[in-house]
Write a protein that binds this ligand. Structure first.
Ligand code: ADP
Ligand code: MG
Length: 853
């Protein structure tokens, strides 16, 4: 027999008649009242009693599992019934309802799924959106969907939106709803902040603050807000020391605890209580008897990894509005005290409110769900806050990439099947592929492993110091994890044995729960491969199906650096067992300050991608310069995103295009190939000289353009640089000149000079130097004046060499040389080279005949 507790008066009670009357009459209402006023536990029951449930149940959507279960338990107890009677609950993995149930406390997620199965909500007479101020993504979506139903096919469906913060004016206006407000009664609070930041670990700060409150306040319970279960455990340990008074109960409160432990934290007790809670106690779960609050100022915020789309939890600073809510928990029954473990300065820098999730979250799962309900374009809904266009586009793109949407934007059969699974679209796609390939049961395990915390104790996250120490090598971290999971299963998940296997018992059990839930839905639609390798391959293909835009290529065989589909680089974490696969799917990664670290990877093959998503594979042909062979290659590439999956190079056959690439390469070389050709450079110098010194000849400018044109002519029909080098570019260049111009060039900038004795020497034209010649001094005998070029306007610089080939003089004035310097030099020459003849007057002397060399 259940004992029915006496029903206490709550602040909401006097408003209940008005609430029921308005809801029945107008079928829409916005209700605002402080936490603890009685919204969650009193309003649905009152609506039921007022006759709202004659045609269907009341679904109360709660943002948290814990709130749904506790409320159902509590209201049932007040009714003197067991939960699952008139009042029940339905959360992921658990449902307590019966044919008699008229009020169902459900999580928002469960209500969303119910809408998928029954878009008209035929069996529902009223939807209550509770804790609306938390503005989860699902809250906003449900609001829009129920509003749409009410405006179309279900005008009688009642909608009550309940919020704990008194700023629901815009919401009421949006819905065209009346507001009912309960100002509540709050007692004054004394709030202490830290005077300066405390760098002790948060659990030690909590322990000090709690002890201080217990010592200074004679009675009353203490409620501590911590970010998550881990911090709660550590704070509980820190408080277990002897300095904490004995007659105090330290009670944890978070969603992962067994039901009876959660109830213990909420129920009244004879001892004084210290409740260590996550932000479930901020507004969705109220605890009586609390007169003091310790606030760490932190909360775990749900999000989605921009990387994998998988759900994430991050610790973040709470907003100022949350800080006010938390503090308010202390002043419900008498004046209260609050200790904030942060400074006032810190508080001032925080956001005023939490941003609605719809403005910051991944929308692909929501959009897929909307498609399932026939909402093809989410913009057609009336949103309280419309989703940001960029996020909406990204969601649409992902759904198309996964094949959930047909090209025309309608839900495809794949997309429809994905909706059967209560997981993110990527993971749902993995499951659908697993079903087709006959490995449904296996992919349920794979997906459960991907969606829950890592089951290996030694392996956390990349930035929390993932350690190597796994020598295993294999094609896939997921296959590796599956093996570990099946080992654990073989041990019946025995906690102690799991510990010695390096596995986290809780995590393993969470995976098992998800696996079972998915396995109830998944059905093989294709034959199971008949070999173990075949099964492994099918699982890997299924993984690729969910992450086609996460493929990556290993930079080199021995390396752990990856090039990603997005074009970014990443590093494969040391703990990954995928040591040598050239192509992988990066299934889970973390990004911190631009560095991507891939935690879990799985090998993939090109033919799998072809089979799954032929449209995601691009084939291209292009010509490319090969610096090693110094030739033009034809490159055939198969790529997806920025990843080159396969590349084939072969020498290109001559064509116009090939010549163009060759020319580009030749001219791009530094120094340019053509400049390196001495003959060509001399030719250009000669032309420049004449353009400068004989302007009346009007020779054309042989700037880069003409040179390039010459290179282009030379490159026709060729593919390699060596062929180009063999070509006389000088001739090519000359062919750009007219006949007379060429004749002028030969005459006035000759390449050779004949000396009096008949010997011919080259005339050098070096860039930046006057033209010059050199030969033995005796060869110049009989030459009384300096030789010139450019119509006699430019004297050649003459290098006169001794028999040892050393210059005895460099001059542009040969006459002066014979006259002034030669007599002195001659004496010296006579002494050193007595067997040569050194006539006295060089200007008239007869030179010796040229020697044969
Ligand atoms: P609200 O939704 O307005 O924040 P609730 O309906 O949750 O308020 O709670 C109203 C009051 O009912 C609380 O102040 C508390 O006294 C009591 N109460 C609610 N749930 C529980 C529970 N699970 N255990 C014990 N008391 C509860
Ligand atoms: Mg509530």
């Amino acid at each position: 027999m259940l004992i029915r507790p006496p029903v206490r008066a709550l602040p909401i009670d006097p408003l209940l008649p008005e609430i029921c009357e308005k809801t029945l009459a107008e079928r829409v209402l916005v209700l605002e009242a402080e936490p603890g006023a009685g919204k969650t536990t009193r309003v649905p029951l009152a609506l039921h009693r007022a006759g709202l449930t004659t045609e269907g149940v009341i679904v109360v959507a709660e943002p948290r599992r814990l709130a749904a279960r506790l409320a159902a338990e509590y209201v049932s107890r007040e009714l003197g019934e067991r939960v699952g009677g008139t009042v029940g609950y339905s959360v992921r993995f658990e449902e307590e309802t019966s044919r008699d149930t008229r009020i169902v406390y459900a999580t928002e997620g469960v209500l969303m799924r119910r809408l998928l199965q029954d878009p008209e909500l035929g069996s529902v007479s009223a939807v209550v959106l509770d804790e609306f101020h938390e503005r989860h993504l699902a809250t906003d979506v449900l609001l829009a969907l129920v509003d749409r139903l009410r405006r179309t096919t279900r005008p009688k469906l009642a909608l009550v939106v309940m919020s704990a913060t008194l700023d629901a004016g815009p919401l009421a206006e949006h819905l065209g709803a009346k507001r009912v407000r309960s100002e509540g009664r709050a007692f004054p609070l004394t709030i202490e902040h830290q005077t300066r930041p405390d760098d002790r670990p948060v659990e030690r700060q909590v322990a000090s603050a709690v002890r201080k409150l217990l010592a200074e306040e004679a009675t009353g319970d203490v409620l501590v807000f911590l970010p998550g279960a881990r911090e709660i455990r550590m704070a509980s340990e820190a408080l277990s020391g002897e300095r904490t008074p004995e007659n105090v109960l330290v009670l944890p409160l978070h969603g992962d605890l067994p039901m009876k432990d959660q109830a213990r934290a909420v129920e009244p007790a004879r001892e004084r209580k210290v409740i260590l809670s996550t932000n479930v106690a901020e507004s969705s779960v109220t605890i009586d008897g609390v007169t003091a609050v310790v606030d760490t100022g932190l909360a775990r915020v749900a999000g989605h990894s921009p990387w994998s789309g998988l759900p994430t939890l991050a610790t973040a600073k709470i907003s100022r509005a949350s800080a006010v809510q938390r503090a308010g928990r202390a002043g419900r029954t008498r004046p209260g005290r609050v200790i904030r473990l942060y400074t006032e300065g810190d508080l001032a820098t925080r956001d005023a409110h939490d941003k609605p999730e719809i403005l910051r979250d991944d929308l692909s799962e929501t959009f897929l769900g909307l498609h399932g309900m026939g909402v093809r374009n989410p913009a057609e809904l009336r949103w309280l806050a419309p989703p940001p266009p960029a996020a909406a586009e990204a969601a649409d793109a992902l759904l198309r990439r996964l094949g959930a949407l047909a090209p025309d934007g309608a839900l495809s059969p794949t997309g429809r099947r994905m909706l059967a699974f209560p997981v993110s679209p990527r993971l749902a796609r993995v499951l659908v592929e697993g079903e087709r390939r006959g490995v449904a049961a296996d992919t349920c395990v794979a997906v459960a492993l991907l969606s829950e915390r890592d089951i290996r104790t030694g392996v956390r996250t990349a930035f929390q110091g993932g350690r190597p120490g796994i020598d295993a090598s294999g094609p896939s971290d997921v296959l590796e994890l599956m093996e570990r999971f099946h080992e654990a299963e073989g041990e019946d998940f025995h906690p102690r044995r799991l510990g010695s296997m390096g596995l986290d018992g809780r995590a393993v059990q969470a995976v098992d729960r998800v696996r079972r839930q998915l396995a109830r839905i998944a059905r093989d639609s294709g034959p199971r491969p008949d070999s173990i390798d075949g099964v492994d391959e099918a699982i890997q293909i299924a993984l690729l199906a969910g992450f086609p835009d996460r493929i990556a290529k290993r930079r080199s065989k021995t390396d752990r650096s990856l090039s990603l589909w997005s074009g970014k680089s990443a590093r494969l974490l040391e703990t990954s067992v995928v040591h040598d696969a050239p192509l992988v799917v990066a299934l889970d990664a973390e990004e911190s300050r631009g560095t991507v670290v891939v935690r879990l990877a799985s090998a993939m093959r090109l033919d799998w991608l072809f089979e799954l998503y032929p449209e995601a594979v691009e084939m291209s042909e292009e010509l490319a310069w090969n610096p090693t062979t110094e030739a033009v290659d034809r490159v055939s590439r198969i790529s997806s995103g920025s990843v080159v999956l396969e590349e084939e190079r072969s020498p290109a056959k001559p064509s116009e295009e090939v010549s163009r690439v060759l020319v580009e390469a030749a001219l791009a070389k530094s120094p340019p190939l053509v400049q390196a050709d001495e003959k060509l450079s001399a030719l250009r110098e000669r032309l420049e000289l004449l353009r400068r010194e004989v302007p009346e000849a009007d020779l054309p400018d042989l700037g880069a353009g003409v040179v390039n044109a010459a290179v282009e002519r030379a490159a026709a029909g060729r593919t390699r640089l060596s062929e180009l080098r063999g070509v006389d570019l000088g001739d090519e260049l000359l062919s750009g000149l007219g006949y007379a111009e060429r004749a002028l060039l030969e005459k006035e900038a000759p390449v050779h000079l004949t000396l009096p004795g008949g010997r011919t020497v080259p005339v050098h034209y070096d860039p930046g130097k006057p033209p010059w010649v050199e030969s033995r001094l005796q060869d110049f005998f009989g030459m009384s004046r300096t030789p010139t070029v450019a119509k006699g306007r430019v004297p050649l610089t003459v290098h006169l060499l001794a028999p040892n080939q050393r210059a005895v003089q460099v001059t542009t004035d040969l006459a002066g040389f014979w006259e002034r310097h030669y007599p002195g030099i001659r004496k010296e020459l006579c002494r050193r080279y007595p067997r040569h003849s050194w006539p006295e007057d060089g200007a008239t002397a007869v030179p010796p005949p040229p020697k044969r060399r």
